[in-house]
Write a protein that binds this ligand. Sequence first.
Ligand code: CAA
Length: 440
Amino acid sequence: MTAVGIDAIEIWTGKLRLDLPNTFAPEKGEDPEKYTKGLGLASSSFPDVYEDIVTMGANAAKRLMDREGLAPDDIGRIDVATESAFDNSKPVSTYIAGCLEQVYDGDFHHANKGERKFACLSGTQSIDDAYNWIKAGRHRGRAALVIATDTALYERGDPGEATQGAGAVAMLITENPSIVELSTEQGYGSADETDFLKPNQQFPSVDGKRSVQVYLARMREALEDYESVAGDTHPDDFEYIPFHTPFPGMVRKAAVLGFRHMTRDTDVEDELADEIGMQPRESEYDTWDDYEEAIRAYMDDLKETEQYREWYATTIEPTLSISRNVGNWYTGSVHIARLSALRDALERGDELAGKRMLVGSYGSGAQAEIHAETIVDGWAEHVEAIDVDGQLDRRQDITYDEYELIHDVHNHAKEVDVEEFTAPESEFVFTGWGRMNERR
Ligand code: CAA
């Protein structure tokens, strides 16, 4: 069977940086440690005045195409995953193709374009669509370009404001990929939920606490469903487990539940049960608050055990390094978690080819998807070529007042005239509604 998976990755971060513990927390009258220790965040990325989901997506895609030496004719499909779309008819992929056609010989008239929506999950769903398209033999030898692009902004004063971010991830899906091969087995946990909604509005209406519960419940279902096709999982089966990361503190909770589930009926569990003496299950508690309390206590105890600490430090913590510094990228979030993990292995000089990752994607509304990926030869060279640190370091720091201005600029309900903070550097820029994005 032909292998299909991710052949190349590129990112584009919003070009502004808000320091959460030092700039944001003092203005909100909050302890900086709520951000660094509680939520697990150091800073957020924000788009400059001339950036939006189209320009970030197009800039990430151009970087990827240039590095891989691709022309439009090599790409047969462009799917954009976003929950920040501004057009209910034309998919964002048409706008992005329009940008790319300004700089390459040839066009994308032959390419199938679409836009996927299921909150933060749709980046993974777009990869699934591309996988199916290639496996079905409809791709005529061409690759699929998947772009996950979002400005994850919340109303000022909303608890979610602390977790904001903006950026795009472009991924090339091909036969015989150079980074990871996708497995055929998937597991789903899906239910009609109303914890996070954006009905024709720029900022979401969120029940933050409930959204955490729904994330955990759907992720657990997805893991059980995955095991029903792939067999029981064990924590040691996977080199890394990248989760959707709205903020690293969310992943800390998901990791505890995942570890508890994966160690069931094993020696490890018996050992842990002896040590901790408690295995919380949702059904054992009258209310979710009681259950959360039990998980918190369990988590505190678990964190004291050598097994969990070692597993978390090597399997989960490395997936959080980019997220800590950029905030939530919604559809791109799980994909920067994967990239963080691969960068960790590169830094440590680990040979990963043949090893597996378990990827936990999630979208509010709500659905979780779990699938496994096998890292393939060539991954290190490809990951080394992605200039993540350079991009993050080049971001310009903003003050709290500047943050408020830029937040207003990206609130489509407001007309705000603000000077650019940074100068565009040979990139696509937003020049106004209904007008073609330009390259400056
Ligand atoms: N020192 C150390 N830790 C501290 C602290 C301090 N001084 N102050 C608070 N903390 C800890 C808290 O104990 C808490 O940790 P635990 O949950 O492990 O106990 C953490 O910091 C956050 O504190 P709060 O719960 O008080 O924070 P909050 O209520 O202001 O906001 C939130 C939390 C509700 C999740 C909010 O960030 C939010 O609404 N976020 C947006 C929604 C979201 O991201 N949901 C995640 C699941 S849905 C999803 O994943 C889809 C998506 O992308 C949106």
